[in-house]
Ligand binder design. Structure first.
Ligand code: GDP
Length: 157
């Protein structure tokens, strides 16, 4: 078992959907948050909290009755935070066809029982794909910092 990775498949049921049978974005976010929590907590062997979520775009609807697979991996580990990337694929059970519906990136912080951040293990990058994801995670981290700085500048007027 690779402690940096996790996979989960969930059947989309009617209570997750709106009146036209499409799954609510909020229902998906709930599942994504659980996947991110499980992946980060297993890697860090600590309970984790969600700090932020990037690139959540629900352009492709998901239908009731489809099987949705979440593939999650640790893309980057800092001192106490980790980026968890999640790729979402929906499968039509009868035709067997699969499609990539979205991907997003959670920043999770490992905490102790008092809610204080704790250090996480180093992440070993093993292949070119992981190296690419690691670089992309650093770019997202820098963009988040820049966003905060620019918003602070803008609010000064
Ligand atoms: P990418 O981030 O540009 O590679 O975009 P993808 O849509 O391919 O993947 C989104 C994220 O899902 C990745 O950054 C990984 O963290 C995770 N991921 C992608 N493919 C897999 C996989 O086959 N297994 C697992 N466990 N995670 C995956």
């Amino acid at each position: 078992m690779d402690a940096r990775k996790l996979e989960m498949t969930v059947l989309m049921t009617p209570e997750m959907a709106n009146f036209s049978g499409k799954v609510h974005g909020g229902a998906l976010l709930n599942l994504l948050d659980r996947v991110a929590f499980s992946c980060a907590s297993r890697f860090s062997q600590s309970y984790c909290v969600t700090l932020s979520v990037d690139q959540v775009v629900f352009k492709q609807p998901i239908n009731v009755g489809e099987l949705v697979t979440f593939r999650a991996a640790i893309n980057h580990a800092g001192r106490t935070s980790m980026e968890v990337g999640i790729r979402v694929e929906a499968e039509d059970i009868r035709s067997g066809s699969r499609r990539h519906t979205n991907s997003c990136y959670f920043t999770m912080v490992a905490v102790d029982e008092g809610g204080k951040p704790v250090t996480v293990p180093d992440l070993k990058v093993l292949d070119e794909d992981e190296a690419r994801r690691h670089r992309a995670a650093e770019i997202r981290k820098n963009l988040r910092k820049r966003f905060v700085q620019e918003m602070a500048e803008a609010s000064k007027g």
